[in-house]
Design a protein around this ligand. Structure first.
Ligand code: DP6
Length: 349
């Protein structure tokens, strides 16, 4: 009988970056992220029995109520990759309605929230058609595994607080195939950390993450980088436990600059930061020198800055953003976000 499942899943921001992959979307190094709260995708998966069995998966994807050809095609390919695990998808006719909480053209990646929301819907669908998985942790592991096949960083969005993706000797249960939660060991200062996203430029990025990851294969610094990221994920985990916001910020900023240095040193090279990105970075450094407050930034594979800081200094930082940074942002706006509690299953409306 037909039915529908709905999940809201957040985006995440990497503290130690995943950059470089091999095989079936397996990471070259471990990474750790904060799960966000406000930036999220709301996805409803409706299903009914398929009238005529055909080749591949039958699916339509609606973004903000409109049939989206590009996303339909990508989703179809993704679901067909899952057929070995989920052969029953061939017997269904699927309709996916999805929308993001953040503006379309904001230049923030929606693949982490989008793919994790879809993966959660799929595991719920499996439970509805067959039998419920025994434990919540099994459910999450499976959702994280499926999300990873859609987009690597998406596997970390399945958990609230913080998550690690990639096998780490010191972290029991960690794996290259799915992310694990590390929020249990999050110091209180990090539990409600802020992440304000400064939109320096909203234009399309000139390199896809996929192409970017591929370039690491020929990068002369790759081996050293993977070893560094492993050490840093380890250290970041102890920093997150201890609540050391200064060391947190040092690693955070070096990760952002290292990611962009890797892109600049690949062949062909990519320069994704903009002049205003650098101007804002200098202003943040000056602000820290002047005030001693623990305000630090990170970057993804684009020009926009994420500003991370503890709740205790939120009033001062927001004043600083308004008075000194917004001028350098496109549309003079930023998205205020926080560390969040993770995905939520919603009633189908
Ligand atoms: C710079 O997860 O978008 O944001 O696995 O090809 O979908 P694919 O790549 P993606 O890469 C994210 C890269 C990053 C760092 C990170 O989130 O860890």
């Amino acid at each position: 009988s037909p039915g529908a499942i709905r999940w809201r899943s957040p985006s995440n921001i990497a503290l130690v970056k995943y950059w470089g992959k091999h095989g079936v979307q397996l990471p070259r190094n471990p990474s750790v992220s904060f799960t966000l709260d406000g930036a999220a995708t709301d996805t409803t998966l409706s299903y009914k029995a398929r009238e005529l069995a055909g080749e591949g998966v039958e699916v339509e994807l609606y973004l903000d109520g409109e049939l989206n050809k590009g996303f339909t095609e990508r989703t179809k390919l993704f679901l067909e990759k899952l057929l070995p695990v989920y052969p029953f998808l061939k017997q269904l006719s699927l309709k996916i309605k999805t929308s993001n909480s953040f503006p379309h053209s904001a230049g923030i990646a929606s693949s982490a929230s989008g793919m994790s929301a879809l993966a959660l819907c799929l595991v719920s669908l499996e439970e509805e058609l067959f039998e419920p998985l025994k434990e919540r942790s099994e459910f999450n592991k499976k959702a994280s595994y499926l999300a990873r096949l859609g987009s690597g960083s998406a596997c970390r969005s399945v958990y609230g607080g913080a998550a690690v993706w990639g096998a780490l000797t010191a972290l029991e249960g960690s794996s290259d195939e799915f992310a694990v939660p590390v929020s249990e060991s999050l110091h209180t200062v990090f539990q409600d950390y802020h992440d304000d996203i400064l939109l320096i430029s909203k234009s399309e990025k000139s390199v896809s993450s996929r192409a970017g990851h591929g370039l690491m294969e020929g990068n002369p610094y790759a081996t050293a980088r993977y070893a560094q990221a492993t050490r840093r994920t380890d250290e970041m985990l102890s920093v997150l436990r201890q609540g050391n916001v200064e060391r947190f910020g040092e690693i955070l900023e070096s990760e952002a600059l290292t990611l962009h240095a890797l892109m600049m040193s690949s062949h062909p090279p990519y320069i994704l930061i903009r002049p205003n990105t650098l101007t804002v970075i200098e202003k943040i450094h000056q602000y820290r020198a002047d005030t001693g407050l623990p305000l630090y930034f990170t970057l993804d594979a684009g020009p926009n800055l994420h500003l991370l800081y503890p709740h205790s200094i939120a009033a001062e930082v927001k004043k600083f953003i308004r008075e000194q940074l917004l001028y350098f942002c496109e549309d003079k706006m930023y998205l205020a976000d926080r560390v969040g509690k993770g995905p939520e299953r919603l009633e189908v409306s």
